[in-house]
Design a protein around this ligand. Structure first.
Ligand SMILES: *[C@@H]1O[C@H](CO)[C@@H](O)[C@H](O)[C@H]1NC(C)=O
Ligand SMILES: *[C@@H]1O[C@H](CO)[C@@H](O)[C@H](O)[C@H]1NC(C)=O
Ligand SMILES: *[C@@H]1O[C@H](CO)[C@@H](O)[C@H](O)[C@H]1NC(C)=O
Ligand SMILES: *[C@@H]1O[C@H](CO)[C@@H](O)[C@H](O)[C@H]1NC(C)=O
Length: 362
């Protein structure tokens, strides 16, 4: 019965989606922006909210869409995911302290074909309407929250929130009323804190729709042991994998399973460490402990842990290292925390990642 309602919803979505497309015909490119925000609303709503609950929807969708597949909508996951980080920063605008428009996707043919979009406040609100977003980690994670909230609330309203958000080493929770979105920032400076968090979700059988996590800087400064870091990354990976949905549970007629709450698969992201510029770090302890060699060792452990999709794991990397390195030394004052444009780009990369993921499922 539940599934019938979902199918009807998807059919309706399909009509809304494909009929205007057919009517638009070759005008599509001219109307692309308009069309896209409509498509975004539907695909993202379906992708973020419904698909994780009902994996069988995925197979329904793939069987129905194969007959009506449209080349402009079917974004090739494999070819576009690796291009998400292909952005360029505009230093001139950064110099004028203007964060808007200070970065963009590069305009190579491959990247243009992927149709990445900077989402507007409205698109983002549609996307995250009714969802639960958790961002957990160290100071990088906090900067990510700032960028996400600036997009959702606007710069001015964000100023009010900033004071609370930047209370040192504290959690921050907010509910964005207009879109019923719950956002939690959780101070989790060590990877073990992230693992505990995963376990907590599992215990409560309650998972966020979007979960962005990342820890490393704090660990490097206060523990400074890459192999220990690697060990904790592996146990985080195990805890994440252990609560991802088992597809065989669905379509399983065994009624003894009916009291098991269906596990949805949250959209999981790893927030990478920034490029550290030793000479700019603001204490001698940092200069000593956060050396290039140590950064390299921490980064090696991350890949070895197989936590990331790039190495066959469950988390999609938001590559702050590549973005910050790309932005360069004039985008940071302390060699560690970068200009808002870097985190703004990361937010849009994440949102476009969600979009590709849901298009793939359609
Ligand atoms: C700031 O913007 C003005 C024009 O709006 C431009 O002439 C100037 O070069 C910019 N300054 C920097 C440092 O980029
Ligand atoms: C959020 O979704 C609800 C229904 O689920 C809708 O009434 C509301 O208008 C949406 N808000 C925004 C800002 O999209
Ligand atoms: C994070 O983990 C460390 C070490 O396991 C622990 O001492 C600390 O209390 C935890 N912090 C939080 C905020 O959970
Ligand atoms: C890192 O920690 C492990 C044990 O947890 C220890 O054997 C090793 O010597 C430490 N490495 C360094 C460089 O301190």
């Amino acid at each position: 019965m539940m599934l019938g309602a979902v199918q009807f919803g998807l059919f309706a979505a399909g009509v809304v989606l494909f009929v205007p497309m057919g009517m638009a015909g070759w005008h599509l490119s001219r109307n692309k922006m308009l069309f896209f925000s409509c498509a975004l609303f539907i695909t993202l709503a379906v992708g973020v909210h419904l698909v994780p609950y009902f994996p069988s929807v995925t197979s329904f969708l793939s069987s129905s869409s194969s007959s009506s597949s449209s080349s402009s909508l079917v974004v090739n996951r494999n070819s576009c995911f690796p291009l998400l980080h292909q952005v360029a920063f505009d230093f001139q605008e950064l110099g004028n302290n203007s964060e808007r428009g200070s970065w963009k996707w590069i305009e190579s043919e491959n990247v243009v074909d992927c149709d990445f979009q900077k989402l507007t406040k409205t698109d983002t609100s549609d996307l995250l309407n009714g969802s639960w977003v958790v961002v957990a980690g160290d100071s990088q994670a906090r900067l990510m929250v700032v960028s996400l909230l600036e997009l959702l609330l606007g710069k001015n309203e964000m100023e009010v929130v900033k004071g609370d958000l930047f209370k040192r080493h504290s959690d921050y929770n907010m509910f964005v009323d207009e879109i019923g979105m719950k956002l939690d920032f959780i101070w989790a400076p060590y990877v073990s804190n992230l693992t505990d968090l995963m376990m907590g979700f599992k215990e409560k059988k309650s998972y966020p729709d979007v979960f962005v996590m990342g820890a490393g800087l704090w660990d490097m400064l206060h523990v400074n042991n890459a192999s220990d870091y690697g060990v904790s990354l592996k146990s985080l990976k195990d805890s994440v994998v252990s609560l991802l949905p088992v597809s065989s549970t669905f379509g399983n007629e065994d009624r003894s399973e009916t009291n098991v709450v269906p596990i949805r698969s949250p959209n999981l992201f790893w927030l990478g460490m920034p490029k550290l510029i030793s000479s700019m770090l603001n204490t001698d302890e940092k200069k000593e402990k956060m050396s290039d060699v140590m950064c390299e060792a921490y980064s090696d452990e991350l890949y070895r842990s197989k936590l990331l999709q790039q190495s066959g794991g469950p988390l999609f990397l938001l590559d702050i290292h590549s973005l910050s390195n790309n932005c360069g030394a004039h985008c940071t004052d302390d060699g560690m925390h970068y200009h808002g444009a870097v985190y703004e780009a990361a937010v849009h990369i994440m949102l476009n990642g969600l979009l590709i993921e849901s298009n793939q499922k359609l």
